[in-house]
Design a protein around this ligand. Structure first.
Ligand code: CUA
Length: 331
């Protein structure tokens, strides 16, 4: 292998490593659990690198010796035994023991952090979206966007209504499965405000890769007013257009699957839409929440996210416009 190829490989490895440390990555931790996990990852990385460098160095020494010698070179029996027991068995055992102890202690710390005293948030997995319920504030139900106050522990209670999903927000902590009929606890905490992307991490069906979520960490007072708002029923429509939109919502299939608190639409098949307009995305992260995308989503959600459970809704153009105006008024 020429030096140039070696340099190229080294450069590529460094580039991959740098990009892996960027925003959104588990190597860019923003909370206690994520920091512990990233620390463990780096320990594994440096140990693995040390072992690799050691093995390659040994190989080079042998090759050089062979290159110089005129006759085949055999290691003396003593040399071979020292290498096998010292490097082969001894070093491997030490590396494995160190990794087991450290990962056991990291796992223990993460496990111990679950508990009471934090903000309780129930996260329920559906194909292919997330329901979010604030346990201490009945009525505060949202979807695909978990708001949390900065600097305060948040105890997520994870469960599922259909198949097994897995909650993973790399910058805030590790993965944990959402299993039907079981409640798992996971504590997350964000040191600073920001938006942290998450992803379902257990294959759950055709739209698994598009089962996205967003954690929005806000200063505590901002979070409190957001939560107060989310716990309220919808503001009644204030214009003839939004009034008409609400009628359309309640009368058409929208109201048969979704809930808008304060109206007669109380179904819970799809996400609660009471404060839909406050959300950043629709379809669990597949599109930004804009009027154009929403119109496309209502008309034919299967074109945007094939295999999701929402059927197309055929509306007259004026009905669709009224419905869009109404959805945008749900702040
Ligand atoms: Cu839900 Cu994968």
């Amino acid at each position: 292998m020429s030096r140039r190829v070696g340099a190229l490989l080294g450069f590529a490895a460094a580039a991959v490593l740098l990009s892996a440390c960027g925003e959104g990555s588990a190597l860019s931790p923003k909370g206690p659990n994520a920091r512990d996990i990233a620390g463990l990852w780096w320990l594994m990385f440096w140990l693995g690198l040390a072992v690799y460098v050691f093995v390659v160095a040994l190989l080079l020494v042998v090759l050089r010796r062979r290159g110089k010698a005129e006759a085949p070179v055999e290691a003396t029996p003593g040399e071979g035994r020292a290498l096998i027991w010292g490097a082969g068995v001894g070093m491997t055992t030490v590396v494995i023991i160190v990794l087991v102890l450290v990962s056991y202690s990291v796992g223990g710390r993460i496990y111990d952090r679950r508990g009471t005293g934090g903000l309780q948030v129930e996260v329920i997995g559906y194909k292919f979206w997330w329901e979010v319920r604030y346990v201490d504030r009945p009525g505060a139900i949202t979807a695909n966007e978990i708001h949390i106050p900065t600097g305060r522990p948040v105890d997520l209670i994870l469960t599922s209504r259909d198949v097994i999903h897995s909650f993973w927000v790399p910058e805030l902590g590790g993965k944990l499965d959402l299993v039907p009929g079981v409640r798992h606890a996971l504590r997350i905490q964000a040191d600073r405000s920001g938006e942290f992307r998450g992803q379902c991490a257990e294959y759950c069906g055709v739209q698994h890769a598009n089962m996205l979520l967003l954690v929005v960490a806000q200063p505590p007072d901002e979070f409190d007013s957001w939560l107060d708002r989310q716990a309220q029923p919808r503001q009644p429509p204030t214009s003839p257009l939004t009034q008409r939109g609400e009628e359309v919502f309640v009368r058409t299939p929208c109201g048969a699957c979704h809930r808008v608190r304060g109206t007669t639409a109380t179904a819970d098949v799809g996400p609660d839409l009471t404060h839909f307009a406050t959300r950043r995305t629709l379809g669990a992260g597949v599109r930004p929440n804009t009027r154009g995308h929403l119109g496309g989503w209502i008309s034919d959600p299967q074109a945007i996210k094939p295999g999701n459970l929402m059927p197309p809704t055929k509306l007259a153009p004026d009905e669709l416009l009224a419905l869009l105006a109404y959805m945008e008024s749900l702040t």
